[in-house]
Design a protein around this ligand. Structure first.
Ligand code: MG
Length: 401
């Protein structure tokens, strides 16, 4: 029986996860699947988006800037071209969409996730900020509108797979593995002097630059704890971290009987992407497989909180909930940029996050008054989160070291 056609939108189509999603779609279509790319969104890379339009013929696209949108409208008069953050929301609400792959980077990914979920759609989620910034709202939308999230982040995809072996009530805890990033063995005193190019060398995974730096500071792992909290409805006390430099095991689920289930695979994001696309089926990927005989041993160690102080700050914000995770996320995005530009030391990311979170604790009250106007309650919450995001961005940009 031929596979039914599935209409897919890819948000963030020119980035690392976006291009790998397209690669998987091509591979699946060669195997008889019928994925049709109906919408694409990119931030800045207009040339690559134009190439994708020529190749996949989406009927709508979105690009960051209006001037670039105009260029695309002239080149592709038959394609609907949206622009900016509003455009992302319109794209997520297009008619006759079966799956939204959200591979955007940053808080900008939250509104289109909510829009897709409000229509009861399935979102294959690589944009962690949707849950880091808007986890409470996303949970509410899932309850109210009956959509679904399929996690693409490798750890959460692993947990999602391991959870198929038991009930949520049988889970004692989940254990996220962390590679430790490029500076696991670098002496604490030397961290002040590490350069952006050293931080961008992740030992195991090829990823975008923000998430690579976030892996080096362990901010990424903090965000993943928040993701797991909302995705799997687990209290923070039941989400653990273990350092596993080999990145062979992508995460564990520990059940009450003491059984630990793990998912292992080559560190290739196309495997979790494909799992989200074909779920609940598993099909051949044609990708290199994990060769167990070549893995002589696997190592595990405890997370050293002193070595990675940013992790505790993210977790503090997570437990505070409300707007605090949005603040940490936005501040981190700016501090990472400043580090990559050579403006602040690597250790400034962790210390900056701590300063900004404590400043926020006193600034938040003022902001609440501004946003308490009546209106659609969900939109009010969303605009409060985005206002917190803007506040943190500014605070991080002007923070002096
Ligand atoms: Mg991950």
């Amino acid at each position: 029986m031929p596979c039914p056609e599935r209409h897919v939108i890819i948000l963030g189509s020119t980035g690392s996860i976006g291009t790998q999603t397209i690669d998987i779609i091509e591979r699946l279509n060669q195997r008889g699947y019928a994925f049709s790319v109906v919408g694409l969104a990119a931030g800045k890379n207009v040339e690559r988006l134009a190439e994708q339009i020529k190749r996949y013929h989406p009927y709508a696209v979105c690009i960051g800037k209006e001037t670039e949108g105009e260029i695309l409208r002239q080149r592709f008069p038959k394609v609907r071209v949206f622009t900016g953050e509003k455009g992302l929301r319109e794209l997520a609400r297009l008619d006759e969409v079966d799956l939204i792959v959200n591979a955007l980077v940053g808080a900008i990914g939250l509104p289109p996730t909510l829009d897709g979920l409000s229509l009861g759609r399935t979102v294959a989620l690589a944009n962690k900020e949707s849950l880091v910034v808007g986890g409470e709202l996303v949970t509410k939308f899932l309850d109210e509108y009956g959509g679904a999230i399929l996690p693409i982040d490798s750890e959460h995809n692993a947990i999602f797979q391991c959870l198929r072996a038991g009930r949520l009530s049988e889970v004692r805890r989940v254990i996220l593995t962390a590679s430790g990033g490029p500076f696991l063995r670098v002496h604490k005193e030397e961290l002040d002097r590490v350069r952006p190019e050293e931080a961008l060398c992740h030992p195991n995974w090829a990823m975008g630059s923000r998430v690579t730096i976030d892996s080096a500071t362990m901010v990424n792992k903090g965000f993943e704890v928040i993701e797991a909290h909302f995705l799997f409805h687990l209290p923070y006390e039941r989400i653990s971290i273990i350092i596993h430099p080999d990145s062979v095991i992508h995460s564990f689920v520990e059940y009450h009987d003491g059984s630990l289930l793990a998912e292992l695979a080559s560190p290739d994001m196309r495997i979790p992407i494909q799992y989200a696309l074909t779920y609940p089926k598993r099909v051949e990927t044609g990708l290199p497989r994990l060769d167990l005989e070549k893995i002589s041993r696997m190592e595990f160690e405890t997370l050293d909180h002193e070595h990675f102080p940013a992790f505790a700050t993210v977790l503090k914000a997570a437990k505070q909930g409300g707007t605090s995770p949005a603040v940490i996320n936005a501040a981190d995005e700016v501090l990472v940029e400043r580090f990559l530009e050579g403006g602040i030391p690597f250790t400034g990311i962790a210390s900056g996050l701590q300063t900004i979170l404590s400043r926020w604790e006193s600034a938040e009250a003022d902001l609440k008054e501004i946003s308490s106007d009546a209106g659609n309650q969900d939109e009010v919450i969303l605009s409060t989160l985005l206002a917190a995001d803007r506040w943190a961005r500014k605070a991080a940009r002007y923070l002096s070291f």
